[in-house]
Ligand binder design. Structure first.
Ligand code: ADP
Length: 265
């Protein structure tokens, strides 16, 4: 089982006047409903840590005032909750920036192996903490693409972070880069970046919705690990902007493979 998210151009023009009016209204309504859902989700995600913060402030003023041990514990939790809010706001900003730029194709020439090397280096400590070996399997020679370096860095960062969060401790996480001479869907040369973990895997039932904003297989677990539920939504938009494909293959209990396939021609 796998999920496939591919960039799709604007739908072809519809020639029936009545049908267009009908479809436009439906699309308009759908967009409105999606926006309302999104605002409700964001509000809820922000309210949870805020409520906790206000609760702890009250406790610090009252019952825990003269208890140094409790104060320290509560401050640690407050710091974590504030950190969660910062991550959420940062991800929301990334998402809106990426969305705003989605129709503009990136024009810089970027070397991918260098970006991946830095992304892996920045996760070395987190990997070591759970006994995970992070391995880069590059293809030979430099790999140059028309791309947005900051955005691709964010894609690699989000996928590696997930592989570490949901991968099994003590097992390997591999990042593999390969060239494809003629990619069947993109119909041209491409570069494939795979992030492979040997973790819990994902039930096929969840795959179709995995890249939706705030969709999580296990909300409690994601929160516990500091997730915002926006990581894969950001990845999807960036891959779309690069006119690429995102494929997700996963087997429950065995692990997952996230594949980013970018046109190189
Ligand atoms: P989060 O911040 O919750 O990690 P993401 O958008 O990055 O949000 O991922 C959405 C959900 O997909 C996660 O909550 C998790 O349930 C699932 N997921 C993502 N990557 C993996 C992975 N490598 N292995 C298993 N599950 C994953």
């Amino acid at each position: 089982t796998h999920l496939e998210v591919t960039f799709s151009p604007m739908p072809v023009e519809n020639r029936s006047g009545t049908l267009i009016a009908f479809e436009d209204l439906t699309a308009f309504e759908q967009a409105g409903a999606m926006r309302r859902d999104f605002v409700a989700n964001v509000s809820h995600e922000l309210r949870t840590p805020l409520t906790a913060l206000v609760g702890f402030i009250e406790t610090l003023r009252g019952a825990a005032r003269d208890d140094a041990g409790a104060r320290e514990r509560f401050l640690t939790i407050m710091e974590r909750e504030a950190g969660r809010m910062i991550r959420l706001v940062n991800d929301l900003l990334s998402l809106s920036r990426v969305e705003a730029e989605e129709r503009r194709r990136p024009s810089d020439e970027v070397e991918i192996l260098g970006l991946l090397g830095s992304a892996l280096a920045s996760h070395k400590d987190a990997a070591a903490a759970t006994g995970v070996t992070l391995r880069l399997e590059p293809c030979p020679g430099p790999v140059k693409l028309r791309a947005d370096a900051d955005q691709l860095t964010q894609v690699f960062h989000n996928l590696i972070e997930n592989a570490l969060k949901y991968g099994a401790s003590g097992k390997e996480v591999t990042v593999r880069v390969s060239r494809i001479e003629r990619e069947p869907v993109l119909r041209g040369p491409a570069v494939q970046i795979e992030v492979i973990d040997r973790g819990e895997g994902i039930d096929p039932l969840h795959l179709p919705r995995l890249t939706e904003r705030f969709y999580r297989v296990d909300t409690h677990r994601s929160r516990e690990k500091g997730g915002t539920g926006l990581g894969l939504a950001i990845v999807k938009h960036i891959v779309n902007r690069h006119r690429g494909r995102l494929r997700i293959e996963s087997e429950l209990g065995k692990g997952s493979r996230f594949m980013v396939i970018l046109p190189s021609g």
